[in-house]
Ligand binder design. Structure first.
Ligand SMILES: [Zn+2]
Length: 313
């Protein structure tokens, strides 16, 4: 660094050396803003008109560097994200802008996946887990359920659908993502009273698309009742049905229902001797939903109970 007191050189040193050469000893160049204050820039402007052209070029360089240094200082003092020391009134505006909600559309973000429109899950109640209801002569609910579920699978497969036959606590139930899931069960083999006959349908409506669940249950009721001739047994939908474990395991986009196709006591004849008609009724209900057929919407009073998967113990 050259001595600060040296007069303006007649030689042609580097611009930075020359800029520092006129600096007063009492004002060390600790910061560019101090070395190139507005006063210094004005001095440079007013002191050069009569100098030779070569000095004029040097002067222009000096001005450029000086202005750049002042601007750099201004921008350094006004840094986004910290209190505005130059224009305090703008700081609040900047902060409020930072709190504005960002657009929800994110380029490249995955779009929600849709269920396979051709995939259907059929749970054979109690299969691979327990017997379910058992009659005194050894008739087991699980055998009825598996027989019906297998036939439903055959019918839907014949209609062009891909059907997964699932166990009661099948690992595939976790996150099961399909056009529909229906679990098939049957009711007690004990004689309860003369009213203990008919079928029941229940579903979980706390899903992303409750209207689809309503359509599925409405279709099951309408088609199953019409084909089997069995009555709706609406008064005994139990918590076991409404809080059915699979409702809380499958993907929330999968409409699901559970159907008790009959009572093993009073409906024993059709269940054991016409299981194909039972299966046809269930399959027709599922096809009704998959094909968007109109049957009206079931209400909670008509055999369908609203419930939430969160209620599952
Ligand atoms: Zn059961």
């Amino acid at each position: 660094m050259e001595p600060a007191a040296q007069p303006e050189p007649t030689a042609d040193p580097a611009p930075t050396q020359n800029m520092q050469s006129d600096q007063s000893p009492s004002q060390p160049a600790s910061h560019p803003a101090q070395a190139h204050s507005p006063r210094r820039i004005l001095d440079l402007i007013w002191s050069t008109p009569n100098k030779p052209a070569r000095k004029g070029m040097l002067f222009h360089l000096e001005v450029v560097f000086a202005v750049a240094a002042v601007l750099a200082t201004l921008f350094t003092a006004w840094t986004p994200g910290r209190p505005n020391t130059l224009f305090p009134s703008l700081t609040a505006t900047n902060s409020s802008l930072a709190l504005q909600p960002t657009p929800t559309f994110l380029p490249g973000a995955p779009t929600p996946t849709l269920p396979n429109p051709n995939l259907v899950g059929i749970v054979a109640g109690h299969w691979k887990n327990d017997s379910g209801a058992v009659c005194s002569d050894g008739l087991k609910e699980v055998d009825l359920n598996l027989n019906i579920a297998t036939q439903v699978q055959k019918i839907l497969t014949r209609e062009g659908y891909q059907v997964e036959l699932l166990q009661e606590f099948d690992e595939r139930l976790t996150g099961f993502h399909a056009a529909a899931l229906v679990s098939i069960h049957n009711d007690s083999c004990e004689f309860i009273n003369n009213e203990a006959t008919g079928y029941k349908v229940a579903a979980a409506f706390a899903t992303r698309y409750p209207e689809r669940t309503a359509s599925l249950t409405s279709c099951l009721r309408a088609r199953y009742g019409a084909i089997t001739g069995l009555p709706v047994h609406s008064t005994s939908v139990t918590p076991d049905m409404t809080s059915y474990h699979a409702f809380g395991e499958i993907n929330e986009n999968t409409p699901a229902a559970i159907i008790e196709t009959g009572f093993m006591n009073l409906d024993r004849t059709i269940l054991t001797q016409e299981p194909d008609r039972i299966a046809e009724g269930v399959a027709a209900g599922i096809l009704c939903y998959l094909r968007g057929e109109s049957v009206g919407i079931a209400t909670p009073e008509s055999n369908v109970t609203e419930t939430s998967p969160a209620a599952i113990p």
